[in-house]
Design a protein around this ligand. Structure first.
Ligand SMILES: [Zn+2]
Length: 184
């Protein structure tokens, strides 16, 4: 089984953030400061030298709101509210630059985490507006919720891996039908 290829940049940062927690494996990289440091470094994002418990909680909250927003459904408005709250809280503003990198987010008193969250949310806002976010999806299996990039022709896939979560879904549906057939 070949896993789906990663989302193209700049969506990579959103996908990798959501997938710092893997429900099926009971893994969460943000339970320890080293996990947040490693993820930030890999994504080229600033991070406090010693992330506090509050930093970990805040980043985990952003992550789960992002997962919920991408997943859609009933929880999406609350997730959008959390992310809008973060946009307002970071106190950063965009600053265009004549030379590379072209633009940056700056803010008086903005912490490293404020800047990192601003950059993540700027990617999210841009991808929502240009439509590129539509292919970044959350697996339809409620115990998986992995973020994957849908490269199928009409963007109609529902599972992170059809051979894994799609197959598990089929098996559950099959068992339910069989149970219904034996009780009726
Ligand atoms: Zn899945």
């Amino acid at each position: 089984m070949t896993p789906r290829p990663a989302a193209p940049p700049p969506l990579t940062v959103l996908q990798s953030l959501v997938n710092t927690r893997e429900l099926l494996e009971n893994r969460d990289d943000f339970t320890a400061p080293t996990g947040l440091l490693a993820w930030s470094e890999a994504q080229g994002l600033p991070c406090p030298a010693r992330p506090s418990e509050a930093d970990l909680t805040r980043m985990s909250r952003v992550r789960e709101a992002l997962r919920q927003l991408l997943h859609g459904g009933e929880g999406a408005p609350a997730a959008a509210a959390v992310l809008n709250g973060e946009l307002a809280r970071t106190g950063t503003r965009p600053l265009l630059q004549a030379g590379p990198p072209g633009a940056e987010f700056v803010g008086d008193g903005a912490t490293a985490l404020d800047t990192a969250i601003t950059r993540v949310l700027a990617t999210l806002v841009t991808a929502r507006l240009d439509g590129s976010l539509a292919r970044l999806k959350i697996c339809g299996a409620e115990d998986c919720l992995w973020a994957y990039y849908d490269r199928s022709p009409n963007a109609v896939s529902r599972w992170c891996e059809t051979s894994v979560c799609g197959a598990r879904h089929k098996m559950r549906a099959y068992r339910a039908r069989r149970a219904a057939a034996t009780t009726s």
